[in-house]
Design a protein around this ligand. Structure first.
Ligand code: F6R
Length: 609
């Protein structure tokens, strides 16, 4: 998604803006630009392509010299990626950058055209720039406030008025924006990593609040233009955690960070060998009466929910529905007062997940958010909140966020099962103790499976399509393995419940379709073996991810390649079994010459519908 930055201070603004934008590259983008007050005018330089293209352009035409400006990386929504559609966009006296979607931009554009305004681009953003210019009354705050009243949709805006060369303005509705403050300098940014090299102190801008940034500091007003006092926050993510730290890509760095991410996430939530979630408002008394659970999320986070379904149902005997947020929100779902709806999200800003949570609240449900990004919208609006403590996840393909989402879901499942008295305290302690061993188990898999995965990845380079199969938890996990592979390698893949193959999909199997079979659940291993044999006898080559215990039970020669992982408590196997699938996806992407950190067409934080 688009990235916004802005700067006011003593430094070379062009340099700060480009550097800050480089820390937002992970969000995904197709063009970039900056605008700087320079020689009494606003100078804009923008281009289709990557930041490198912008830097090349700046070095050819010269970077605008100045100390106040805004910058942007664009992920195209309205209008193709092109120089002219890139941000910043301007009216005569106003220049802006924008993240989000203006839903009523067509009506607004028609109105402005009827007033004689002409447009250069196809974007909704230019409409806002022109509307600000059209509405300008000499008072920027009043103008912004009046224009906001006209806008429908989601937006975060960085704004410069030609008449006010010492300041920038920022406003948001739905789309995230932060305001950073340093010594004699201020910043705006879509996300904390953009400013970490300059300051760790920042404010979270709330809906419909307007910030004015000058060298003297920042001031805030609400939608009635009343001054606001806001709480200054300090980022506990340091620069190092937002850098590659010697790894070639963020994706493999983050895969390697998983043991620590699990440890950091679970340890503070365990007391006397039992889950302790009281601090987050989750007590036995509070949750014992929930008779059903709905988990709503998108993509990888939804896949964590799928594992949650198997685990919660198995342990707590409570039915669990898992819903894709974009479906849930438009389906008039059956959610009643007193139901529990869990929203899982790394960014905490996913537009569909946020809307789904609001709908659930409106229907009277109690909401529990499992979120990674501190202070994000979902985190702030949920009734109960457990942070995954994965640290910043920069690679677009989620890895450490998924594993920490699983970890939190396990803790919650244990607590719910205790509350429902479906497991004893002793059994719960046994499960918690098994969970506490997972950081070491994941480390073991990283240390011992990487070479196998690297080798198997060489066999997948030419594949056009792949199937992932498994049963039970292995099926839930396969969904994530399949998504990981397709998003970074661009090889088509599907995950299938192994027993369902023969009802149609098996017709796709031939020698050109590799099958990745996940088999970690001993009780259903004979069934999975039958399904593997079915596809093998139709020519598929089999890559088997299984535990040492399962491997022993497998017949000789069933798989072409085996990636063996250690046996842990079977309920917890997804935590270790996902790791080879992530590594396999990573190396397959590398072998195909793709940048795994920035897969085409994808954005890290999907803040638009
Ligand atoms: C895939 C991936 C996406 C996200 C999805 C939800 O690797 O990262 O599928 O999981 O866009 O994002 P969050 O978790 O931020 O709500």
């Amino acid at each position: 998604m688009c990235g916004i930055v802005g700067y006011v201070g003593p430094k070379d603004c062009s340099e700060v803006l480009v550097s800050a934008l480089s820390k937002l590259e992970y969000r995904g983008y197709d063009s970039a630009g900056i605008a700087v007050f320079s020689d009494n005018e606003i100078k804009t330089v923008k281009t289709k392509g990557k930041l490198k293209d912008l830097e090349d352009k700046l070095s050819i035409i010269g970077s605008p010299e100045g100390n106040v400006g805004i910058g942007h990386t664009r992920w195209a929504t309205h209008g193709e990626p092109s120089d002219v559609n890139s941000h910043p966009h301007s009216g005569a006296r106003v220049t802006i950058v924008h993240n989000g979607i203006i839903e009523n931009y067509i009506e607004l554009k028609e109105f402005l055209v009827s007033k004689g305004r002409e447009f250069l681009s196809d974007t909704d953003t230019e409409v806002v720039a022109q509307l600000l210019d059209y509405s300008y009354n000499g008072n920027p705050l009043e103008t912004i406030d009046n224009v906001m009243a006209e806008l429908k949709g989601s937006f975060a805006l960085g704004i410069m008025f030609r008449d006010f060369p010492d300041r920038i303005f920022a406003v948001r509705r739905e789309s995230p924006l932060i305001v950073g403050v340093g010594e004699g300098e201020c910043f705006i940014a879509s996300d904390v990593p953009a400013i970490l090299q300059y300051t760790r102190d920042y404010y979270l801008l709330d809906h419909d609040e307007i910030a004015t940034l000058t060298r003297e500091g920042v001031s805030f007003v609400d939608e009635h233009l009343e001054p606001l006092e806001k709480e200054l926050k300090t980022a506990d993510w340091d620069m190092e955690s937002a850098e590659k730290g010697g790894y070639p890509h963020f994706m493999i760095k983050e895969i390697n960070e998983q043991p620590n991410a699990i440890r950091t996430t679970i340890m503070p939530r365990i007391k006397n060998g039992l889950p302790c979630l009281d601090e987050y408002g989750i007590t036995i008394d509070k949750i014992k009466d929930f008779n059903s659970v709905t988990i709503v999320a998108c993509g990888t986070a939804m896949h964590a929910g799928m594992v949650g379904k198997y685990v919660i149902e198995d342990l707590a005997r409570v039915p669990v529905n898992v819903d894709i947020a974009s479906e849930f929100r438009y389906r008039n779902p059956i959610i009643n007062k007193g139901d529990l709806v869990i929203i899982v999200s790394q960014s905490g800003e996913t537009a569909d997940s946020l809307a789904a949570m609001r709908l659930a609240k409106k229907k009277g449900a109690t909401t529990l958010a499992i979120v990674n990004a501190k202070g994000s919208s979902i985190a702030r609006e949920a009734d109960m909140l457990i942070y995954t403590l994965a640290g910043p996840e920069i690679a677009v393909a989620s890895t450490k966020a998924y594993i920490t989402q699983l970890s939190v879901i396990y803790l919650f499942a244990f607590e719910l099962a205790l509350a429902k008295e479906t497991i004893s305290e002793a059994e719960c302690k046994r499960l918690v103790s098994a969970l506490m061993k997972m950081p070491e188990a994941v480390q073991y898999v990283i240390d011992h499976c990487e070479e196998d995965c690297k080798f198997v990845a060489t066999k997948l380079v030419a594949a056009e399509s792949l199937l992932y199969i498994g049963r039970g938890l292995d099926y839930a996990l396969s969904m994530e393995g399949s998504l990981k592979l397709k998003e970074v390698s661009y090889i088509h893949s599907e995950s299938y419940a192994a027993g369902e193959l023969k009802h149609g999909t098996i017709s796709l199997i031939d020698e050109n379709m590799p099958v990745i079979a996940v088999a970690t659940q001993t009780d259903i291993i004979p069934k999975t073996i039958s399904n593997i044999v079915e596809v093998k006898s139709r020519g598929a080559s089999i890559i088997l991810v299984c535990t040492d215990a399962c491997a022993r039970g497998l017949k000789e020669g069933i798989a072409d390649y085996v990636i063996e992982i250690p046996h842990t408590d079977e309920l917890l196997m997804p935590i270790t079994a996902v790791v080879p699938l992530q590594i396999l996806a990573y190396y397959t992407a590398i072998n195909r010459g793709n940048d795994p950190d920035k897969p085409r067409n994808l954005a890290k934080s999907v803040t638009v519908e």
